[in-house]
Design a protein around this ligand. Structure first.
Ligand SMILES: CC(C)(COP(=O)(O)OP(=O)(O)OC[C@H]1O[C@@H](n2cnc3c(N)ncnc32)[C@H](O)[C@@H]1OP(=O)(O)O)[C@@H](O)C(=O)NCCC(=O)NCCS
Length: 110
């Protein structure tokens, strides 16, 4: 998904059907590539993208789990949308500390 300000792409996020073990799983979704342009951060763009991805997953097979390896610095962003930390912080070179964040959806979000 992309967020646009007029013609300019200012934010992105992707959702993949992928289990935490790397297998294809219809009830498990992975978020990758969440990013908002520096100048557009802190204005709700990333939250809007993340909520749209969550809503999309909630309209497929339920219950489902959405997960990502999130940067430690962005953990509060995911927590704000109901993701919880699973396991310890780990290093993902060259970016740095990451954490596995998981959100379980049991009912459709309208
Ligand atoms: C993390 C990122 C995608 C958030 O997008 P954003 O547009 O700045 O976030 P929003 O303005 O939509 O914020 C939504 C909510 O999350 C909170 N939030 C956003 N970033 C946060 C952070 N890094 N830590 C804690 N809370 C955060 C906001 O305070 C807001 O909460 P509120 O609704 O209670 O006010 C963006 O800052 C970014 O691209 N950062 C650099 C790249 C990155 O870290 N990507 C994530 C990789 S896993």
């Amino acid at each position: 998904m992309g967020a646009f300000l007029q013609q300019d792409l200012i934010g992105v996020g992707s959702l993949f059907r992928e289990a935490q073990d790397g297998s294809t799983n219809s009830t498990s979704w992975r978020i990758r590539g969440m990013a908002v342009l520096d100048s557009a951060q802190g204005q709700g763009v990333g939250g809007h993208i993340l909520q749209t991805l969550i809503n999309y997953a909630s309209k497929q097979e339920l219950p489902c789990a959405i997960w990502c390896n999130g940067r430690s610095t962005a953990q509060g962003f995911y927590t704000r949308f109901g993701f919880t930390q699973h396991g310890p912080i780990f290093d993902l070179p060259p970016i740095g500390p990451h954490v596995l964040l998981v959100k379980t959806i049991t009912s459709k979000i309208i």
